[in-house]
Design a protein around this ligand. Sequence first.
Ligand code: NAP
Length: 253
Amino acid sequence: MSEAVDLDGRRVVLVTGASRGIGAETAQALATDGDHVIINYREKLKRAQAIADGIAQAGGTASVAGGDLSDEAAANRLIAKVAKEFGRLDVLVLSASGGLELSAGPDYPMRINRDAQLRLVQLALPLMPSGSRIVFVTSHQAHFHGRKPVPAEYEPIAESKRAGEDALRNLIPLLSDRGIELVVVSGDMIDGTIIVRLLERRNSDAVEARRDQGPLPTVEEFARAVADATRSNDATGHTIYVGGLDYLSMPTS
Ligand SMILES: NC(=O)c1ccc[n+]([C@@H]2O[C@H](COP(=O)([O-])OP(=O)(O)OC[C@H]3O[C@@H](n4cnc5c(N)ncnc54)[C@H](OP(=O)(O)O)[C@@H]3O)[C@@H](O)[C@H]2O)c1
């Protein structure tokens, strides 16, 4: 095990899907807070490197680590790289998600949003010391799946992300035995993200219906909540909600 990076007391944080959108913004927020951030991406190395370079220019530290999380071998390589370079992982932010891609097959949402999340956590566990934390990033439409209708385009993603959240929650006893906490951060549609822009094109009524409830949270607001969730005093299993007050009048879990 070699420690090539001088951590200088920083926490080691892996943010999945951090080459763009909410993951990228979360990585920047965590680096500003003083963490060393590992920026995971699937294929967009240049974008991931640009995020890492921006963090370095702002005085923080970051590295990049590619890997399609739906590919078991790639997930293994990602965690092996973290082990080799840092020897530990203090925080795992599960932001990468998928299923709306035109190339995605019918089984892909469950593979990326449930199976890959569970596998990555299981692979990362040996690197995570007592006191470390896992933050699962999700949407209200997924978190409240089955209790509120979702746009047809989003149904497989909502169902699979909720299945992923349930699978992770089932791990809580095992995580607690190791002193590791799980916190979930759920957001309304987030303004300015590619997914909301895509939905706006394919089903603008669905986005308008959310805007009718009030302004949508921004990427910066949501990313700040995710970054804060890595340090909050919340008990394991807690869910932090961002936006979408109308959802919160329903029973939560
Ligand atoms: N957008 C919203 O309105 C909204 C609302 C609430 C919650 N959320 C949640 O916030 C998270 C981020 O959403 P976003 O809209 O910012 O996503 P996004 O813009 O679609 O970004 C996806 C990121 O995940 C990476 N990625 C995709 N598939 C991957 C895979 N198989 N393996 C590894 N990385 C992969 C992408 O890497 P490449 O660039 O290399 O492809 C990219 O960095 C998701 O969990 C989502 O459910 C989003």
